[in-house]
Write a protein that binds this ligand. Structure first.
Ligand SMILES: *Cc1c(COP(=O)(O)O)cnc(C)c1O
Length: 667
């Protein structure tokens, strides 16, 4: 689909040449003045503390001079920044920012709201919650309070913290039935018949208690709490709820909790080897231990390998090792690959029938916004052939099924500061079941107030003290304002944000085709391979000089080529025509047959691919690839018969040619 019309995006961004600076300036000035009037109108009867003659004093002017000096220096330093705005930049996951987001953010910073709770952010907290609902709707979750489960979401500093919350939430829910049973037993309370077997809690084994589903646990808690509330006096109710708290994993810590339940092995979390390193950090930080992170192999497309996942699940089931959750990645950081989320959900159904449950979290930090492409304004999910007809390759049926299945997963990480084109910091955590809030709350409100049971409060009301339910404390209301205004202007469905995503996918398809041409053209010089056809909008290729069979040499050569498009703080930006990024395929993350396939495509002897044993093998323990993130809105903009991808291809041809000749000369 060549030459699609980009004009719909003309008002969206500042522009690669700052074409829309006049819009920016006008709006910013208007709202700066508006802000000043707002201050002035707050008790104008008071005398202003800074007198009108202050600017004539020496100290005042000295300070201004110094401030200006420092700002000039900062401004000069900032010129070293990465030109994310430019279609010549295809490196990391950043591009130009959406105007409504930047303007809302700058405007809001002047008011400095703190979204930790509504008394510090009366204007922006509900916008943050609304953004949570907007994202939830995009993923196909129910957000209607009258129906359960109903979703909620909030903003974080990024995907990393959202991932931590995914694990934290799962841990809190999964451990709860054990704590409840322990408390009931200690206080010799009789509870009603509960859970899937409708029997006394004490009759369940610890394995069974840990394998209650999220929904079952939410209902279990409500049933028990309301039973005790109506059958015991207020004091006993308090004793009970306090005891549950004392038996919780939050109170006892991982060590204390699992020491109390020696029948239960430590739970693990399964993630594909392609997962972001924040998952390993989450295990360390939450005390689950990075040793309990179970890596699942990836297949020839860098997607989670389902045969391996099944093998691992079966093995854990047989050995009764609890699985806290399985994480599926929707757009991996390095390759943009999409895990078969639908298959993970199927496995969950299958094993849950056998009494073996695990949570499913989707790490869609990168690919989350692509869900907008699949959803109609009325909320329906667009059929595969309909979407497929608008592209050359995208979406692969598996990709479509994966996006569809997010609606059945428990929680999602999505980064508005990546494919949402919003300023940092802006990540998001979205949970399908707001019932989970009662397990992570800092002060289970039902402990303090018997009359007003917090478990019955509407989500929005509960979340007015957002800080009680999240990992962070003080947080920028400006990020919420940015996301909210942006989603209002460009809604999260096919006809809104979906169009930006479609443009990005088209650029990627164009790139994919174009690189085949480069490959043919340079056949006599180098061998180029795209190791995996892209699932989304990231694309990598490897380059091997003709007749070379050594991996270390190929990597060395590719690094030289890459140096032509690498940010170098000691050189002016203009010294480079294009910027890309690079990544490596490590032996541990690749199945042997896949590694062999890629290496044979490149003409590399697989025996030269070795494990990392010493510094001398360092250059041979990975396959080095050049990586491109194709999210800039103007990649397909055509000028003089060429778009930026055409230009990039010419650039890469020249860079390869140059490095080949250098290498030959050195010989
Ligand atoms: C970027 C990314 C993260 C981490 O998000 P931050 O916003 O950098 O904290 C996690 N997972 C995936 C798949 C990512 O792409």
């Amino acid at each position: 689909m060549p030459n699609s019309d980009l004009s719909f995006m003309h008002p969206y961004y500042m522009g690669a040449y700052a074409e829309n600076d006049h819009v920016f300036e006008k709006i910013l000035l208007e709202f700066l003045r508006d802000h000043a009037y707002w201050r002035r109108n707050f008790h104008p009867e008071n005398r202003p503390p800074i007198p009108t003659n202050a600017p004539y004093r020496e100290h005042f002017n000295e300070f201004l001079a110094q401030m200006q000096q420092e700002l000039h220096t900062l401004s000069a330093d900032l010129k070293k920044s990465v030109p994310f705005f430019s279609p010549r930049y295809m490196g990391h996951m950043a591009a130009d920012l959406l105007l409504p987001g930047v303007l809302a953010q700058i405007m809001t910073i002047l008011y400095n709201p703190n979204n930790v709770s509504d008394d510090a952010a009366p204007a922006t907290l509900d916008k943050e919650l609304e953004v949570g609902f907007q994202l939830a709707r995009m993923f196909g979750y129910n957000i209607d309070d009258d129906r359960e489960p109903n979703a909620w979401g909030h903003l974080t500093s990024g995907g990393t913290v959202a991932n931590y919350e995914g694990v934290w939430n799962l841990r809190a829910v999964r451990c709860y039935p054990l704590a409840l049973a322990e408390a009931a037993q200690a206080l010799e309370l009789t509870l009603p018949n509960v859970g899937p077997k409708r029997q006394p809690l004490g009759k369940y084994t610890k394995w069974e208690l840990f394998n209650f589903s999220i929904r079952q646990t939410v209902l279990l808690m409500r049933e028990c709490i309301s039973h005790i509330k109506s059958n015991q006096n207020k004091k006993d109710f308090h004793t009970f709820t306090r005891k549950i708290m004392e038996e919780s994993v939050a109170h006892l810590g991982m060590a204390g909790f699992f020491l109390k339940h020696p029948e239960l092995k430590l739970p693990v979390l399964m993630v594909p080897v392609s997962a972001h390193y924040s998952w390993e950090k989450s295990m360390k930080i939450l005390g689950l231990g990075s040793g309990n992170l179970v890596p699942v192999n990836t297949d020839g497309h860098m997607r989670m390998k389902m045969e391996h996942l099944e093998e691992l699940l079966e093995d854990h089931y047989r050995r009764q090792i609890p699985v806290l959750g399985v994480v599926g990645v929707l757009g991996s950081t390095e390759f943009g690959s999409v895990d078969p989320i639908n298959r993970i959900v199927e496995f969950r159904k299958k094993y849950f029938q056998k009494g073996f449950y695990f949570g499913v979290h989707v790490d869609a930090a990168w690919g989350g916004y692509m869900a907008s492409l699949f959803r109609m304004p009325d909320g329906s999910f667009i059929p595969h052939d309909e979407i497929r007809s608008k592209f050359n390759y995208f979406p692969h049926e598996g990709t479509w099924l994966a996006f569809k299945a997010v609606a059945e997963c428990d929680s999602v990480t999505v980064d508005p500061h990546k494919l949402g084109y919003l300023p940092f910091p802006c990540g998001a955590f979205v949970s399908r079941d707001s019932g989970v809030l009662d397990f992570i709350s800092q002060k289970a409100a039902y402990v303090f107030d018997v009359k007003e049971d917090s478990t019955k409060l509407p989500v929005k009301k509960k979340l007015l003290s957002l800080g009680q339910y999240i990992m962070e404390g003080s947080k920028p209301g400006s990020a919420a304002a940015a996301a909210y205004v942006t989603h209002r202007c460009i809604p999260l469905h096919h006809d809104g944000f979906g169009q930006i995503m479609a443009q990005s996918m088209r650029a990627c398809e164009y790139f994919f085709d174009k690189i085949q041409e480069v490959k043919k053209k340079l056949k006599g010089l180098v061998t180029i391979t795209v190791p995996f056809p892209p699932d989304t909008n990231l694309i990598c290729f490897a380059i091997n000089p003709k007749n070379n069979t050594y991996l270390a040499l190929m990597n060395h050569f590719s690094r030289k080529v890459f140096n032509n498009m690498k940010i170098n703080p000691n050189q002016p930006l203009q010294a480079h025509d294009f910027f890309g990024s690079c990544t490596s395929l490590f032996k541990a993350g690749l199945e042997t047959e896949e590694a062999n396939r890629i290496l044979s495509e490149l003409g590399i002897n697989p025996e030269t691919f070795c494990e990392h044993v010493s510094d001398r093998t360092r250059e041979a323990d990975h396959i080095y690839v050049i990586r491109h993130t194709l999210m800039n809105p103007w990649l397909m903009y055509e000028d003089n018969g060429m778009n930026y991808i055409d230009r990039y291809c010419l650039f890469i041809e020249r860079a390869i040619d140059k490095e080949m000749h250098r290498a030959i000369r050195r010989k």
